[in-house]
Design a protein around this ligand. Structure first.
Ligand code: ATP
Length: 329
């Protein structure tokens, strides 16, 4: 039986579809009508299914089933399509669907990361406890929009306004490093796919204006793009150790655990400690900087290997070994 690979036309779809084509799959992009020309332009999709808005995603179920499509999730699918719709669709789905609830709930995420024994920034349950620089995050915020820093309770009260559903987290001063992993069920191995950092507006613009003019600026963290990073090689052992512990802990909390691509979002301090402030349990947009390959994936596979292509390779090996069930959630 022939399979197709499908995804929603946004986020990392170009990478996913190109990777799937490279591994010999038929590809399908489900696109908002006003975005479909991009996927046509790049020629990565054999079929383009247009929907007027993401809310209409459920309508494509029959088409995807007919084409025997395996749906690859990414952040836009999770953000724009109701979790219930995704969970109830009869479409083949790559990954452990149950892990999504562990990712989307900050409390559950923390339990998972603590179980994995990682360094986490302190979380404050009440503004009166703030005793150092903190970052205030909002539930469901997309890409860091509206986050702010506060020095103490008074500062917090001044900035919070009427906002609700926030998390107060210790602000770790260091450099952000987003670690891209891939856990292969077929090969029973954790692979390192690369590292990126984000380019955020307006926080990354602060250095472009003189210090005396920075005071009035309201800093925020709206993601606009990403840069590739190559890490000090001596940090790689810890990178692998953290990734392995996350996979092991995930098996305890949500069997069969996490597999495929995932990302640890970290800040590295001057004493070279990784503080993990978030986990993404699927492909992250930062992998787009390695659409051809990261140096690490290239060394490992001996040929260009993006995360999108790695997903397709895993699916191809599963089909060839008649083990597809093991990687569909
Ligand atoms: P996404 O869910 O898309 O990953 P987000 O909206 O949750 O993004 P974050 O990535 O959590 O946003 O954070 C936005 C910015 O704040 C990033 O630049 C990140 O490096 C920085 N940041 C987040 N938490 C901390 C922290 N505890 N200490 C220092 N910087 C942080």
């Amino acid at each position: 039986m022939d399979y197709a690979i499908a995804t929603l036309g946004s986020h990392s779809a170009l990478q996913i579809l190109k990777g799937a084509k490279d591994e010999g799959f038929k590809t399908i992009a489900v696109c908002r009508s006003d975005h479909s020309f991009v996927y046509r332009h790049f020629g990565v999709a054999d079929e383009i299914i247009e929907i007027p808005s993401y809310r209409e995603f459920y309508r494509v179920e029959d088409d995807l089933v007919r084409w025997n499509a395996i749906l690859i999730p990414h952040a836009s699918l999770i953000a724009y399509v109701d979790l219930k719709v995704i969970e109830n669709m009869k479409v083949l789905y790559y990954g452990n669907r149950k892990i999504l609830s562990w990712e989307s709930d900050r409390e559950k995420q923390r339990i998972w990361l603590e179980k994995a024994g990682l360094n986490l920034p302190r979380v404050y349950s009440d503004p009166s406890e703030i005793d150092r620089l903190v970052i205030v995050k909002f539930q469901g915020a997309k890409g860091g929009q509206g986050y702010f820093l506060a020095r103490n309770e008074e500062d917090f009260n001044r900035k919070i306004g009427s906002a609700e559903n926030y998390t107060i987290q210790e602000y770790v001063v260091g450099i952000p490093v987003y670690i891209h992993y891939f856990y292969s069920v077929m090969r029973d191995e954790l692979e390192l796919m690369g590292f990126d950092r984000r380019y955020e507006s307006n926080v990354d613009a602060i250095g472009r204006i003189p210090a005396e003019m920075q005071h009035d600026l309201k800093v925020t963290y709206t993601i606009v793009g990403n840069f590739p990073i190559v890490l000090r090689e001596s940090l790689l052992p810890e990178v692998f150790r953290m990734g392995r512990r996350v996979v092991e802990a995930s098996r305890e909390i949500c069997s069969p655990g996490i597999y495929g691509p995932f990302c640890l979002e970290t800040v590295v301090t001057p004493d070279l400690k990784f503080y993990v402030f978030e986990i993404s349990a699927r492909i992250v947009a930062g992998t787009n900087v390695f659409m051809e390959s990261s140096p690490y994936a290239w060394i490992k596979h001996g040929k260009p290997m993006s995360t999108g292509r790695r997903i397709a390779l895993e699916i191809r090996e599963a089909i060839e070994q008649d083990r597809l069930k093991e990687i569909l959630g």
